[in-house]
Design a protein around this ligand. Sequence first.
Ligand code: BT5
Length: 251
Amino acid sequence: ISDISTTVNHDKLTVLNVTDSTNVYVKKNLNQMTSGDVCLAEAQTAGRGRHGRTWVSPYGAALYLSMYWRFDGGHQALSGLSLAIGVAIARTLKALDINDVNLKWPNDVYVSGRKIAGVLIEVEGQMGSACDAVIGIGLNMSLPSNITGIDQPFTDLQNALENVPSRNHVAALLIDNLNTVLDMFSQHGLAGFVGEWQMLDIFSGEQVKLLIGEKEVHGMCAGINDSGALLLDLGGKLEAFYGGEISVRAV
Ligand code: BT5
């Protein structure tokens, strides 16, 4: 199978057969990209998660998608972007009639308590000036039953639905939702998505522990703010926690 690149109404769609990572492909071709351009692949040999983790990417079993978007406001214009992208993925799953969809701060998408999709956003550009964002999404469709290497509960569309829609259909829905969300996010930031995100929050109102490096903080999940920080109720006092190397666990 050969790689294909097509451009319709300025939207470029590149479909690769096997690549290391669709995010890497977009980053290598930044100077040919305009906002909304997409790269898809059948398989990734070095699919990446955050903080050097691996995204298991078997052939033909999932969507491996990266969208390019240019932000004029510099890095601070991107705060909360991964949460807005989570909303775009949740809308896509709901449009496919999957109801038990949840988001976990900052970037995981769950169906019936199992991870179905992840988001990796990589940003290039100087502080303070316009920057280039590569928004990578892995969305499991029909993973092989003997799959190994995923060290947490996971699922795919095949598990969640009786009739699995075509990958093209899912890709088109996702790309449409991403464009809608990114158009609004570029103008108004995360504010317009906070309510929807909180409705989907897997830990809403629950006691959790945050692991911040060596430190642990216990509190009750109280949603997010307009910058995308996680709000924890620490016994009557709300505290905001910003991204980086923080993970949230149930207690
Ligand atoms: C993520 O990282 O969830 C971001 C994943 C982004 C993948 C896309 S695919 C297209 C684009 N190109 C890339 O190279 N990457 C992006 P993180 O939150 O660090 O989660 C990683 C963890 O998820 C792993 O440590 C495993 O526990 C789990 N995991 C790995 N592969 C998985 C899969 N296929 N399905 C569900 N969970 C998986």
